[in-house]
Design a protein around this ligand. Structure first.
Ligand code: FAD
Ligand code: FES
Length: 249
């Protein structure tokens, strides 16, 4: 996979989250696609590039990422002045419906791809509601970021722990939506899948850890149903967005 040097335009900090904007003149990312990124000038430290969802893409070729610093890889990406190498947009993102209303549900840093998705829905005139988990421990700066970037979103304060009943408390009657799109913690994805089953089509953005990101290592294998049998799909090329009903969790 080829990584391209990009011009970083800005790094803005919101508590432990960092939004990185850079110039991107290649294929525009589709909502739910991801890129592989690494800091330039550090050789193979860390060994693997890191996957990050395409957070936004604006007129004028400005792409952005939303990063939570977790370890060495993300710390180098977030470092002020650090040059970046970024891949083309990868994977299969959300299949955007032409019918509304739809619901977007996100939590933690996994809200990232919902910004580009909301932009795409707005452009198509598709009515959508946004529900975002705001952990009780989240900083004021990050809450301000969520309010500014997802105007009109319902922010749900949580203390961790999500079951399908809690998910329904957040979103209400799912049957009033044509489709739901979810990018959250593993617990939120599982709760969404169970709450949506037989009620509304749901698409989930999974977050399997990745190595090659080109389909060759099977490090990101996800169990899915195909013709009544459980097989393994690869999140990097077959996902990272999957129909909830297809996931064999
Ligand atoms: C498709 C995809 C999209 C992603 N998009 C984003 C994004 O938009 N913004 C963002 O901040 N992060 C995102 N991530 C997660 C991000 O890739 C990891 O946080 C990053 O690789 C950690 O690298 P590190 O060197 O900083 O930390 P490491 O030292 O590698 O790990 C630090 C900690 O993070 C945990 N961790 C690492 N990767 C994951 C993962 N995929 N899921 C759960 N826990 C993990 C590790 O178990 C460890 O506890 C995404 C991951 C995937 C697979
Ligand atoms: S990361 Fe290697 S197959 Fe997906």
């Amino acid at each position: 996979m080829k990584l391209h040097p990009v011009e970083v335009i800005s790094r803005e900090r919101y508590g432990d989250h960092v939004r990185i904007q850079y110039l991107w003149t290649g294929d525009p990312p589709q909502p739910g696609q991801f890129v592989m990124v690494r800091a330039a000038g550090h050789g193979l430290d860390p060994f693997l590039s890191r996957p990050l969802f395409a957070h936004d893409y604006e007129e004028g070729d400005v792409a952005s990422l939303l990063v939570v610093v977790r370890g060495r890889g993300t710390a180098l990406l977030a470092e002020e002045g650090s040059a970046l190498l970024v891949s083309d947009p990868l994977g299969r993102g959300f299949q955007v419906t032409e019918d509304g209303p739809v619901a977007l549900v996100g939590g933690g840093v996994w809200v990232s791809p919902l910004k580009l998705l909301a932009r795409s829905l707005r452009r198509r005139g598709i009515e959508h509601d946004v529900y975002l988990e705001s952990p009780a421990a989240a900083s004021g700066a990050y809450l301000g970021f969520l309010k500014e970037n997802f105007p009109g979103a319902t922010l749900i304060e949580t203390a961790g722990g999500t079951g399908s009943a809690v998910f329904l408390d957040w979103v209400g009657d799912l049957a009033r939506y044509e489709s739901i799109y979810v990018s959250g913690t593993a617990e939120t994805l599982a709760a969404a899948r169970s709450a949506a089953a037989g009620v509304v089509p749901a698409q989930l953005a999974v977050r399997e850890r990745m190595a090659c990101a080109n389909g060759s290592c099977y490090g990101c294998a996800v169990p899915v149903w195909a013709g009544g049998e459980m097989v393994y799909a690869r999140a990097c090329v077959d996902g990272p967005v999957f129909e909830a009903a297809a996931l064999a969790w």
